[in-house]
Design a protein. Structure first.
Ligand code: CUA
Length: 405
């Protein structure tokens, strides 16, 4: 009996220890270089929000130690020693004042940086009463389940340039984001730079962030928005101003006419099969409405320059080169034509074979990558057995999309 109780105790403490070890490796604060870690901040807004976290964490720790310490003190000090009732007390003004003032102090300690942080994260301070600002303003539009980004056209004030799932920003500059959604509530979050702010239909939430260093940052929808919520991701690519300008000018260019018979067949299929009903493929330009209201745009992601994106769907890599190498020197730069380029080889950063494979997997079975997406739900080739794409047709569509650099 005694023996089994001892071994049970040992087993329990072993289980507790391993659970604790697992917990500690889960939140690795010592080496926080994970792509979605909020402990490795690389911008002022995220830095400010991390500061608030630490203030509240340490304030919470002080409360925890005080409360648990008092509890343990009472347990041992006033342990029952005989059968007599303990001495009864009623009211203690000094203690009551103390436990009223102490929480007020704790709340003030938490409230001051929090309220300051709310104003700091608000992009409103960059925007004047006419909605204008010196900073770059990007419209972010949530769709189930992809992100649309619209940039002001650098030359034509009446136009915007739309891209999907991968956005570039100039490094070292505040960028303002005007958040909206076409369907349900999403949330805009780039863990290392800033977040999270909800993207609510017909609501003008806004935020800003700045990237201290060039890099490729992970973005994630942070509000449950349907079955593929976890797949609603994007990338932020921060590059120096002149590279950003080259990238944006290139995005404004129309797609070139495809050369080669297979790609030409793909372009025709893109129209015949109905792809072009939802996807823009020849131009990323969106004209602004006279009254300033938003033009809805297409249902599906803009594909005009899909073949120059570093990631497929904002998730899968189109390149086997990293943004920077082990020594920290930058491998990616945007060349003067606006194409992301590998610094070592001078070749496009995007690996053709990886891009080809990613596009093929997607067109063959979109449901396998983003369950519930509109294309597999409504697209003719996926719902009408008579219209199913043949292997050859898929290759033609892929060949066409690969020309959209
Ligand atoms: Cu969009 Cu979750």
């Amino acid at each position: 009996m005694l023996k089994s109780a001892v071994s049970l105790k040992r087993l329990m403490s072993a289980a507790l220890l391993s659970a604790l070890a697992a917990l500690l490796t889960g939140c690795n604060v010592v080496t926080p270089d994970h792509s979605q870690s909020t402990f490795d901040t690389l911008g002022p807004v995220a830095e400010n929000q991390l500061f608030i976290f630490w203030v509240i964490f340490w304030a919470g720790l002080v409360v925890f130690i005080a409360v648990e310490g008092a509890l343990l003190y009472m347990v041992f000090k006033f342990k029952r020693r005989d059968d007599r009732d303990p001495k009864q007390t009623h009211g203690n003004t000094r203690v009551e004042i103390a436990w009223t003032i102490a929480p007020v102090i704790v709340l003030i300690v938490a409230a001051v940086p929090t309220i300051d942080g709310i104003f700091y994260a608000d992009a409103g301070r960059f925007i004047d009463s006419n909605g204008a600002s010196q900073e770059l303003q990007v419209d972010v539009i949530g769709h189930q389940w992809w992100f649309e980004f619209r940039y002001p056209h650098p030359v034509n004030p009446g136009e915007q340039i739309a891209v999907a799932n991968e956005m570039y920003v100039p490094v070292g500059e505040p960028v303002i984001f005007l958040l909206d959604s076409v369907d349900v509530i999403h949330s805009f979050w780039v863990p290392k730079l800033a977040g999270k702010v909800d993207m609510i239909p017909n609501n003008d939430n806004k935020m800003w962030f700045e990237a201290y260093v060039p890099g490729e940052f992970f973005g994630q929808c942070a509000e449950f928005c349907g079955v593929s919520h976890a797949n609603m991701r994007f990338k932020v690519v921060a590059v120096p101003r002149e590279e950003f300008d080259a990238w944006l000018m290139h995005q404004a260019n129309p797609a070139p006419e495809p050369s080669g018979a297979l790609a030409a067949q793909g372009k025709k299929l893109f129209r015949d099969e109905g792809c072009s009903g939802c996807h823009a493929d020849s131009s990323s330009i969106i004209k602004l409405r006279e009254d300033g209201g938003r033009i809805p745009g297409r249902t599906g992601p803009i594909l005009t320059h899909v073949a120059s994106r570093l990631n497929h769907l904002g998730i899968y890599r189109n390149s086997d080169v990293d943004f920077e190498d082990m020594s920290g020197s930058r491998q990616l730069y945007v060349n003067s034509q606006g194409i992301p380029t590998d610094r070592n080889t001078g070749q496009p950063f995007v690996n053709e074979a990886m891009l080809q494979n990613n596009l093929k997997v997607w067109i063959t079975d979109p449901e396998s990558l983003k369950p519930g997406n509109l294309m597999s739900r409504d697209g003719e080739p996926y719902i009408d057995p008579a219209n199913t794409l043949t292997e050859q047709e898929i290759d033609a569509l892929v060949a066409y999309l690969m020309t959209l650099k």
